[in-house]
Ligand binder design. Structure first.
Ligand code: GDP
Ligand code: MG
Length: 699
């Protein structure tokens, strides 16, 4: 039996810019509802959510954390998220788990970069949204203007549910706009007037109620409550509430507002896919089939791997045998855990709507689905800030590798790759700050210290025109010889093209089959007629191609966006072998590639650079010197601006240093992958001149 009816569960992510007071609010909400009985504060490192050593040290959230409490007969699961763009991956994961995003704004700083980012992400995810104006106790707040700004930037769906009485030192409390008390002295805007507008916009979506209202009949409380939820779900209402987390003013009202406005866990329609690809609706039914998804993974020093899971349908309990999308065989579940910050607590079961965790499920990864229906993957930004890492202590290589892979498990915006040429371990994250925190964690948790340096740029080789040719591999060494001959045509295969689009009857009239390799965006088409290459040798030919893809032809970089059609060949009854055909395939590839106008692709990244306004001009002119293109500018709160630019990665590998000298240490940036583009001729020549390709010999 579910302990809470799914309609009584509220899942909310607190998000917004850093230093808006989110983590503090969570502590206050827990204290107010009796879920927390000890004092807690981010300032002295005792908050429930910022429990990580790095979080305590830096005094800001790095990870999303989960808490729960009860209020007004409802169960709340709250996810506190980090506010800095460097850790946006955590917020994106958290948004997948909830139905409502509560976007917290620092009343003093106003709307900031990450406020806008999360507002957009939550909208994209189809979630209900609320705005919490926090820190009403700080000085110099122009409240009417802040509200106007919010409505201008986020739309007139944003409407005040309550209004502060005073601000700064004079903040006395907040009053409801829908039901203002008789004495509203000190209110920063007229609650009754705002309330009437709000009511009219709430009931707008119901014709009956609206008609009665204009006949002089007020809607009942139940009707208003129902229409608020409908409005929030539809995005036509974004309630705003005001609070001071630190002073505890407006916290009780915030709790009530969350109970009224946050969407019930069964409100949003969700869809998933069966194994055969058919799309299905997922009703939030505790008695239905299990549908659940991991949205976060944490490696805890005590319980080890912890997978945070949102259950959409069905019920989970210990020892249930469940299909996991990331494993072939069904797995037995470990005990179901509820989570309160750093603490976990085993429960008998959990059902549709709840957010829980499972420990030690090694085959579960962030994004994985549990049950026979899979949820859509979670789209994390692709990180691009790279550093090559070597352990400070010789012999720690294996230890470092294990430690780094633990972080990869936990952080979907962090990657580790081994450079096939230099054999270096390359860490890639969202920003320098992000990588710095990874290093701190490595040192604290795994006792490995690393030296870092700039990594190589991951260029890709490609072709720009069609070419054809062949290669005959023939060798007579002592007794048995080697023989294989392969004829191919090579086509540019655009990144935007799918194998299905590309493999038309017109292009490949005698195609028998094709194989598509997603990693290299490589398409291999078999048009062999009359067995000129026997079927049993074709896999060897393909292997020859794959080796070549990884090794490159012109500058030693991986190859991509190429299609090869094998259309003819020759073999010898005695001398042909897999090895011979593999070599023939690889060499044919190399020769034809050189005829097909080879070129290099370079990664372009999207940079978000935040600097004091007066440095904007310097940043923009610096950007154009780096072959960059400024895409836009945005106020980042206070006197800061964020510039978004697209620029080749090769031009910004040491950007941190330049930015620091331009801004005197006042700037920060994040970068993520944008796309690959051809390297201009002059730059191409420079790169090729620098590469020394090994002389190749047929083996
Ligand atoms: N004056 C004031 N300070 C606050 C308030 N809420 C939080 N703070 C302080 O702001 C800082 C950042 O708070 P924190 O909860 O970590 O913000 P987060 O980054 O959004 O999680 C801390 O020093 C808090 O004590 C508030 O309502 N008023
Ligand atoms: Mg925080």
């Amino acid at each position: 039996m579910a302990k809470y009816h799914v309609s009584d569960i509220r899942n909310i992510a607190l998000c917004g810019h850093g230093h808006a007071g989110k983590t503090t609010l969570v502590d206050k909400l827990l204290a107010k509802t009796g879920a927390l009985t000890r004092p807690a504060s981010v300032d002295d490192g005792t908050s429930v959510c910022d429990f990580d050593e790095e979080e305590k040290k830096h005094k800001y959230s790095i990870e999303a954390s989960l808490v729960h409490f009860d209020h007004a007969g409802k169960r709340f699961h709250l996810l506190d998220t980090p506010g800095y763009p460097d850790f946006i991956g955590q917020t994106i994961g958290a948004l997948r788990a909830v139905d409502t995003a509560a976007i917290v704004i620092n009343a003093h700083a106003g709307i900031e970069v990450n406020t806008r980012r999360v507002f957009k992400e939550a909208g994209k995810a189809g979630l209900g949204r609320m705005v919490i104006i926090n820190m009403m106790d700080t000085d110099n707040i122009n409240f009417p203007q802040l509200v106007e700004n919010i409505r201008k930037q986020f739309g007139t769906a944003c409407a005040l549910l309550n209004v502060p009485l005073g601000s700064g030192h004079d903040l006395k409390g907040v009053v409801s706009t829908l039901k203002p008390p008789s004495d509203t002295t000190g209110a920063l805007v007229d609650p009754a007037k705002v309330g009437q507008e709000l009511l009219e916009s709430i009931i707008e979506i119901d014709e009956d109620v609206t008609a009665r209202y204009f006949d002089g009949q007020l809607p009942t409380d139940e009707e208003v409550a129902r229409l608020i939820v409908d409005g929030v779900a539809a995005g036509s209402l974004i309630p705003i509430v005001c609070v001071s987390g630190r002073q505890g003013i407006g916290v009780a009202e915030l709790l009530d507002a969350l109970a009224v406005c946050a969407l019930p866990a069964n409100k949003l329609a969700r869809k998933g896919k069966r194994a055969d690809g058919t799309e299905v609706d997922i009703p939030a039914d505790p008695a239905g089939p299990l549908v659940a998804q991991v949205f976060k993974t944490r490696i805890d020093p005590f319980v080890q791997k912890l997978s945070y899971i949102r259950i959409y349908s069905g019920t989970m309990k210990k020892d249930d045998t469940v299909h996991l999308s990331t494993a072939r065989k069904p797995h037995k579940l470990t005990p179901v855990l509820t989570v309160q910050g750093s603490e976990t607590h085993a429960v008998d079961s959990a059902s549709a709507g709840e957010i829980v965790a499972l420990a030690k499920m090694e085959d579960l990864h962030t994004g994985a689905s549990l049950g026979d229906i899979s949820l859509p993957p979670i789209e994390f930004p692709r990180p691009m800030a790279g550093l090559a890492a070597t352990p400070k202590t010789r012999g720690d290589e294996a230890k470092l590798s294990v430690a780094l892979h633990k972080i990869v498990e936990e952080d979907s915006t962090f990657r580790v790759d081994r450079d096939p040429q230099t054999k270096e371990m390359v860490m890639t994250g969202m920003s320098e700050l992000h990588l710095q925190l990874v290093r701190e964690r490595l040192k604290r948790r795994d006792k490995v210290e690393v030296d870092t340096k700039e990594p190589k740029i991951p260029y890709r080789e490609t072709i720009q025109q069609t070419a054809e040719g062949s290669y005959r591999h023939k060798k007579q060494t002592g007794g048995r010889g080697q023989f294989g001959e392969v004829h191919i045509r090579m086509y540019p295969f655009p990144a935007t093209s799918t194998p299905e689009d590309f493999c038309s009857k017109e292009r490949f009239p005698s195609m028998r089959q094709f194989h598509f390799d997603k990693d290299f965006h490589f398409l291999w088409v078999d048009s062999i007629v009359g067995g000129t290459i026997p079927n049993n040798f074709l896999p060897a030919v393909e292997k020859g191609f794959k080796e070549r893809l990884a090794r490159g032809v012109i500058a030693g970089y991986q190859i991509q966006n190429v299609c090869i059609e094998v259309h003819f060949g020759k073999y010898h009854d005695v001398d042909s072998s897999e090895a011979a055909f593999k070599t023939a395939g690889s060499m044919a590839f190399r020769n034809v590639f050189q005829e097909a106008r080879p070129g290099l692709l370079e990664p372009l990244v999207k940079l978000h650079v935040t600097v004091p306004s007066e440095k904007l001009g310097d940043i923009n002119s610096d950007m154009s010197g780096r072959r960059g293109r400024v895409l836009g500018m945005d106020s980042a709160g206070g006197d800061m601006q964020t510039v978004t630019a697209e620029v080749p990665l090769a031009e910004v590998t040491t950007y941190a240093r330049s930015l620091s000298s331009i801004t005197g240490g006042q700037g920060s940036y994040t970068m993520e992958f944008s796309h690959y583009d051809l390297v201009p001729g002059n730059v191409l020549k420079e790169i090729i001149d620098k590469t020394v390709m090994k002389e190749e010999e047929e083996e």
